[in-house]
Design a protein around this ligand. Structure first.
Ligand code: NAP
Length: 228
């Protein structure tokens, strides 16, 4: 039996498209207030806001976020504090990948993946933790659960993130802190091939609602929740 999340405030990063968009819509449909971020797709994010409101979210708004930029993270924090005062649930979803072997990537691509996927997520979590009441759910990858053909720099960022989540859960045992690991999912990142992003979003929601149990800092593997 899960918890009713209606009225909770939720921040979903990278919610203009893909897994983040479906996650924002899933929480909206449950009556949550939804803050969502975009990087390049502002119009798509504003459309997600309208869809959230149409699904019954009492509030929804979109904020620009560049995870590689500290000022951008601080601005997001200010916007969320102004609107909600505190935050109940943080979904660290935004991420990037360079789909090339290591030696075909330049140093700038390595920097971007580390700065967005790992450092950016750590900084954003650092900013929001003091005002966070319930949960931090971070989107990793099954590439951290088994050896895969996923390029090494992206793998390294997601392995780092998984370690961050495990250690964070020890420091904050009062909160639900966990990783969720999508397998190949049909989004822009993966050429629209694979599992449905709605399925991933539903699993993220069920973790937050306590319908899927996970140990502190633990891992939820989407391969255990195939498309129905
Ligand atoms: N798709 C898969 O097969 C798969 C598998 C395992 C894990 N994942 C993980 O799932 C998460 C969501 O991926 P997805 O497949 O939904 O990818 P996606 O469709 O490419 O969406 C990525 C989201 O991240 C945002 N973003 C990109 N660069 C950013 C930056 N520098 N700062 C802040 N936000 C930024 C994008 O914003 P704009 O669109 O507005 O630019 C977009 O909303 C990622 O963490 C990814 O690593 C995906």
């Amino acid at each position: 039996m899960g918890t009713d999340l209606a009225g909770k405030s939720v921040l979903v990063t990278g919610a203009s498209i893909g897994i983040g968009r479906e996650t924002a819509l899933r929480f909206a449909a449950a009556g949550c207030r939804v803050a969502l971020t975009y990087f390049e797709h502002r119009a798509e994010a504003e459309e997600v806001v309208q869809r959230c409101l149409g699904l019954g979210a009492p509030d929804a708004f979109a904020v620009s976020l560049q995870l590689a930029d500290e000022d951008s993270i601080c601005t997001l924090l200010e916007r969320v504090i102004d609107r909600y005062g505190a935050l109940d649930i943080l979904i660290n979803n935004a991420g990037v990948i360079s789909w090339k072997p290591l030696l075909e990537q330049d140093f700038g691509e390595l920097d971007t993946q580390v700065n967005v996927n790992l450092l950016g997520v750590m900084k954003l979590t650092w900013c929001f933790l003091p005002l966070l009441t319930d949960a931090v759910i971070t989107v990793g990858s099954t590439a951290t659960l088994h050896q895969s053909r996923t390029p090494p720099p992206y793998c390294a960022t997601k392995w780092g993130l998984r370690g961050f989540v495990k250690a964070l859960a020890v420091e904050h045992p009062d909160k639900l802190i966990a990783s969720v690991h999508p397998t190949v999912t049909a989004t822009r990142m993966n050429d629209m091939q694979g599992m449905s992003p709605e399925r991933v979003a539903d699993v993220i929601y069920r973790i937050a609602a306590g319908e899927i149990e996970v140990e502190p800092g633990g891992d939820v593997d989407l391969r255990d929740y195939p498309n129905e």
